[in-house]
Unconditional design. Structure first.
Length: 177
């Protein structure tokens, strides 16, 4: 079982410490064209759908500011040309984090590929390291993502609450700008 060191003490955080969707089978959740055009539609989705498609970069950015996430970096799954399913997640090279929770990186990539192939048997991807803050205007402009200030509500607070509900031992410093 993967373990994640809690920098506040000697506790270790395991995948099983997560509450919520970490054991849910992965699906490739995509936004409709209307949801892309109208932020209110994306905002109205349940948290798991919202942070899988439309705000994955925000959840990643907030996670990187936690006691656990400080050891991680942002990465992006980029589907092959003509395929959908761009996704921002955090990884330390051994484990991965997204809205489904913490899991070994190999399992995460296998499950994501399986979900992508459920939409198209030829679905494939590459992974890009993201050297800039996923919450920054620069990231959002470069990778065509909605900036946190452009959501209809406080998306950083929503991501913070989502994380705290699922990882009780987490400590978050959400300063960004």
């Amino acid at each position: 079982m993967a373990r994640f060191h809690d920098r506040r003490g000697d506790d270790q955080i395991k995948c099983s410490d997560m509450h919520g969707p970490s054991s849910t089978p992965r699906a490739l959740i995509l936004r409709s064209e209307a949801e892309k055009r109208e932020p209110e539609r994306t905002w109205a989705r349940p948290d798991i759908e919202f942070f899988c498609a439309g705000a994955c970069h925000v959840l990643c950015g907030v996670f990187l500011r936690t006691n656990i996430g400080k050891e991680y970096a942002a990465r992006m799954i980029i589907p092959a040309k003509g395929m959908r399913g761009i996704h921002v997640f955090a990884s330390d090279g051994v484990s991965a984090f997204d809205a489904y929770g913490l899991e070994p990186l190999t399992s995460f990539l296998t499950n994501y590929k399986r979900a992508g192939r459920a939409t198209s048997p030829s679905w494939t991807y590459s992974i890009k390291n993201v050297p800039i803050d996923p919450l920054s205007r620069e990231f959002c402009e470069r990778f065509n993502h909605r900036h946190p200030n452009d959501f209809p509500g406080d998306v950083v607070s929503r991501a913070t609450t989502f994380l705290k509900e699922r990882i009780p031992k987490i400590a978050i410093d959400v300063a960004w700008g």
